[in-house]
Design a protein around this ligand. Sequence first.
Ligand SMILES: [Zn+2]
Ligand SMILES: [Zn+2]
Length: 569
Amino acid sequence: MTLTRNLLAQGFALGLLSTSALAGQADVAFVNGRFWTVNPAQSEAAAVAVKNGVFVAVGTTAEITALADATTKVIDLHGQRVLPGLIDAHTHPLETLWMKSDWVDARYPETPSVAVALTNIATRVGTSAPGDWIFVACVSASENKFAEKRLPTRAELDEVAPGNPVILANGAHMAVVNSKALEALGITKGMTRLPKGGGVLTDADGNPTGVITDGFADIPSAPKPAEVIAYYGQGIAQFWNQYGFTSMLAITPHQVVPALQAVSQSVKQPNIRYTVSVWGAPDGKDLPDDLSAFDMPKDADPNYYRFAGIKAWVDGENDARTGYMYDPYEGHFDIDPAGGRGTLVTPQVEANAFVDLARRNNRLAMLHCSGDAATDICLTAYERDAAATPHASMRRIEHFGMFQLSDAQLQRAQALKKTGLYISVQPIWLTELVKADFENMGAERASTGYKFETMIKAGLEPAASTDMTGLYLGNIDPFKAMQALVTRQSDMGLFEPEEAVSVQDAIRMWTVWPAKSLGEAEHRGSIEVGKLADMTVLTQDILSVPGDKIAETQAAETIVGGRVVYTRP
Ligand SMILES: [Zn+2]
Ligand SMILES: [Zn+2]
């Protein structure tokens, strides 16, 4: 006890060591590192001690070494920079399995044109049995990127795949299908909605054009339960750990929840922590009244598996010309939904009902909004909720201000923040979608997007995420996203440099703010005594390299609960 008192006294005197540990109580000690803790009370440290997966001391190497005994595993970090474990605040991990196993890759830039995409599809048809579904992945806004400046048509897909249903996904909110797929989905003349809420575009005579919007819930592409269980148990963590992620918000179709509940029993401590948000129909209407059906089993470890909330889509996305706007899109694209203002998936009354469902169940509500009109629907639903339950926990807007943001919307969000509003953003889109936004919306509207510094100054604490669906290229890499945040280099060149954020804030966007946005900041998001011992060791010091070198940073080691779950080969 004397030793402990001495250590505590010494720590107090130096103002460095923070600890809840007694000497000899550390399972693992990480020493000789350069920790940037994201804890304002002690932002730099050289070493940490971990007991039962939790930080028990943060201080100097000498202080932490003094806490170790013969049973403590001591890991030397050789001066490497360490951050709190990165958190992906909004992602779709299961879809990356679909992408890997089944999909024909027609993503730009490897597939530069409609012509090459059709050749790739024809090749797959050659190795498929008649009637097999063929899934094709494009990136969002492919119509802006392909050499022909359009998507393949239904007729072109029919030509290369006369005997197979084909769905070509233009990102996650729009697809082109061929005649066999229309037949398989039961889409006939005059139909404008799919059974689960997706939109069907028709020509002047009411014939389906082959373009469907937000109809993915209707597509029979679900992998088999055994594949899902294996992927949640191991594959997802392997994929995300390489990029330094230790936690994710997994946005999950409700049909998959039983598989995830099973995984929580077979893999008690996976290599990534799952917080789960569940969706059903895009407008949220098919979710049960009692959401406890989605809870993880009682004996699942809540630090690894937790059902947190529900998600619905107010609209599509502006880059696929389906985000719901007040004014029509620019240009003359024949894929636009009627009226040219995008797709309204969840009107006001239904958005209100969705938020009420979350509130009755004391869960997080998540509403996806892209266009300005959709964002207003969401803000109105949350203002109504805040008026009824001023102390209610949490509401989240997904993709807030990515494509469009007005001053009035910023102020409404700021006011809501006082009663628990959080926002998720996808900074990597700066490098992928800005050009398409200008083509789709014109300069005036497009220049209101991606105002991350404005959001931070307004106190909105934006939570960054990959929104990884498998349909994009490279968007899982958080360091590329951080470089874009800091440099404002977009796919159109330098874009709104006054909206550049500091590298420190870029790190907060991937650590403490995602933790807050999920109600988990008490246990995650910073390197602090009492929090889960999640860390990302970097290959270079992200805090001192020039902004245009940030993307070269990689995860050298990823550590979950004091366990090294990934080491860069
Ligand atoms: Zn979304
Ligand atoms: Zn998403």
